[in-house]
Design a protein around this ligand. Structure first.
Ligand SMILES: [Zn+2]
Length: 454
């Protein structure tokens, strides 16, 4: 057990929503910040490890289906007929229904390493591939969960595993389709998995997830939410697709978020993933019940979901985080850019995030928003460079072309909006540097891809 405090000196660091200079950062033996001191005197700087560039706090990747990394780049051809979310989902199922625990571990370990060195230091894994290929439970019910936990440990990223309840194929269905057999689960099985995974390792936490209103019946939904502990985040896919909204109205007589607000007591544990199709009244309700929203801009664009009402949500200071979801990009800068650009295209305006959040810089509004919402998604203190938060951070590579000649006051603007985005020369989780992903992780990924697709 490491009992040492660690002292770092950052020439500049993102503290509390703006850049501070000469920041002395102290991480305790428990991996949490015990000191964040800007303008440190020469005397206080003595003995601290000098970091080679400006420091940003690590971001939470609040929504991941790791196995979908195996289809990134493989669903971009148009076959005859309709091509929408539902036809994409059929192709996604072909990966879900053939991946073994070994392949899942290899794919997730490489993915998590990519995400970590891109500046996501914690992953929320929305996990519903529970059963064996034939749909029967594994002899060890945690087989697939533990493959994901080992992958996170090998990559060095923090994790909140979210075992996901998935019970039926649609609002009116009584059971799953044949091609959904691996997802079968009950409130008890999901809660048992969450309990068993928590405490596997200091950087692994757990919460619970409900796949969606169409996949979980109301009684089970309330049961899982009520049984999850006060520190456990509760995630749900909601209002991603218009068809889902229409089906919900047909079955429940209400829109999905409207139904949740009226029929389930939401609280700060709840993270509504996508929430693409919400009215302003629904967003008001989510805000009043202190729930958060998880936005996945690259996946929502890839799947043609629609455009989230960012000005309304930011205008009421709603809590939100960002997720790479299907992993068509592993860059959080690309997610934030796309979030802003989709608004600009729709509204024919510029700097929508900045104006909605009443601040000057769109990059600051977007980065700070994603940072602050990360803790709610992960159920861990991951809110940035502040005492008591986990000491996760990255050192910006100042040699990146995107930063050449940029005045210091515009550093974050260039990090987010000048692409290709600058890389990070070092990444730290819980106060300790994590070496760059080994070539072995890439080799394992390539092997798994060959097994799956050749
Ligand atoms: Zn998802």
């Amino acid at each position: 057990m490491d009992t040492e405090q660690r002292h770092y000196l950052a020439p500049a660091a993102w503290v509390n929503g703006s850049w501070a200079q000469d920041v002395l950062l102290t991480a305790g033996a428990d991996g949490l910040w015990t000191g964040v001191a800007p303008n440190a005197s020469d005397e206080r700087q003595r003995g601290a490890q000098r970091l080679a560039g400006p420091v940003l706090p690590g971001l939470v990747d609040a929504h991941s289906h790791a196995f979908q990394r195996a289809i990134a780049g493989l669903t971009e051809r148009s076959d005859a007929g309709e091509d929408d979310f539902w036809s994409w989902r059929d192709r996604m199922y072909s990966a879900a229904n053939r991946i073994t625990p070994e392949q899942l571990e290899a794919i997730a370990a490489f993915l998590y390493s990519e995400l970590l060195h891109a500046g996501y230091t914690h992953i929320c894994e929305f996990h519903y591939l529970h059963n064996d290929l034939d749909g029967r439970p594994y002899a060890q019910p945690l087989e697939m969960s533990l493959a994901l936990v080992r992958a996170a440990q090998r990559a060095g990223i923090g994790m909140t595993l979210l075992p996901t309840l998935y019970m039926r194929s649609g609002f009116a269905a009584k059971s799953l389709r044949e091609d959904q057999r691996r997802f079968a689960s009950t409130p008890e099985s999901v809660l048992r998995m969450a309990e068993a995974v928590a405490g596997q390792d200091g950087h692994v936490a757990s919460g619970v997830a409900l796949h969606s209103l169409r996949a979980v019946d109301p009684v089970a939904l309330r049961e899982v939410a009520a049984a999850a502990g006060p520190q456990m985040p509760v995630h749900i896919h909601i209002a991603e697709q218009l068809r889902e909204v229409e089906d919900c109205i047909a079955d429940h007589g209400q829109r999905p978020v409207e139904w949740l607000l009226n029929k389930v007591a939401l609280d700060a544990r709840w993270n509504l993933v996508h929430a693409t199709h919400c009215s302003e009244a629904e967003l008001d309700g989510v805000r009043n019940q202190r729930a958060s929203i998880v936005l996945c801009p690259s996946t929502e664009a890839n799947l043609g979901d629609g455009i989230f009402d960012l000005p309304a949500w930011m205008g009421q200071s709603g809590s939100w985080s960002v997720g790479s979801d299907s992993h068509v990009t592993r860059s959080w800068q690309e997610e934030l850019r796309l979030l802003e650009y989709s608004q600009r295209l729709g509204l024919r305006q510029r700097n929508v995030a900045a104006r909605s959040a009443l601040c000057q810089s769109s990059a600051a509004a977007l980065f700070q928003g994603a940072l602050e919402g990360g803790s709610a998604a992960a159920g861990r203190p991951l809110g940035g460079l502040a005492v008591g938060q986990r000491a996760d951070f990255m050192v910006v590579d100042t040699a990146s072309n995107a930063l050449a000649g940029i005045p210091p006051g515009h550093l974050l603007d260039a990090i987010v909006f000048s692409s290709p985005a600058p890389g990070f020369s070092q990444v730290f989780v819980a106060g300790q540097a994590v070496p760059a992903g080994e070539p072995a992780l890439r080799a394992g990924f390539v092997r798994a891809m060959n097994e799956l697709w050749s």
